[in-house]
Write a protein that binds this ligand. Sequence first.
Ligand code: ADP
Ligand code: ADP
Length: 236
Amino acid sequence: MSTISIESVTKRFPNGFEALKGISTEIAAGSFTVILGPSGAGKSTLLRLLNGLEIPSGGSIRIAGEALDKGNLRKLRSSVAMVFQQFNLVDRLSVVTNVLTGRLAHRSWVGSVFYLFRTEDMDIAQQALARVGLTDKAWSRADKLSGGQQQRVGIARALAQRPKVILADEPVASLDPVSSEEIMGLLREIRDRDGITVVVNLHQVDLAKRFADRIIGMNSGRVVFDGPPAELSPQA
Ligand code: ADP
Ligand code: ADP
């Protein structure tokens, strides 16, 4: 089980700015958690710490009981997939090739070249595309797709990694309201069907309330709310 434990985590950047001022919380395996807060609250910084992209200045993070430290970063990272606000696709490559990069992320470059041609990986990539409803777009160029479709590719790429946890950093901030609903619904469905722990950063209160099991509210590097959506005050 991939419960994420965050204990007294702080993050101070080299310029002295303290983006996280002591975060303690636990994210249950198989939950759908929204980290809600305004721009600058520290949401991205927290997700980057959970994925090992940044190292905490203080405190500790454990995923499934294992400390996230330099020794096992590589191993833990392979079980944690990221979804980004700007999708982070390679525009000129096909959709399916973009999805395959989810399988390559944790391999050496030389290993990757051979890996690409393994049919097993192609099957996994195609399955992931089927999960997000984009089978018919597999060989389209990524930049020919709409924003909502591109984010589906981003999610398929995460799924192809066969992760235990998906971290989504403002995945709908670049999308229109209809696509935003669809992407949130898709992330929820992935949690429901695959049991993957999903953590989503959002700044929209309405979306957080509709989709989250649990909301962790952040402001100025601190947790200011932690509970089910029903307990969030209407004016929040
Ligand atoms: P959010 O995702 O909630 O918008 P961020 O985690 O991106 O918040 O940023 C939190 C604060 O930390 C912001 O004030 C941002 O400018 C600052 N910050 C982020 N990264 C750095 C960095 N590398 N160096 C200095 N300050 C940073
Ligand atoms: P977002 O809020 O969309 O996550 P930002 O514009 O805050 O993105 O940050 C983009 C990048 O710039 C991140 O890698 C972040 O760490 C870095 N960054 C943000 N604020 C600062 C800052 N004040 N000084 C240095 N780097 C920063």
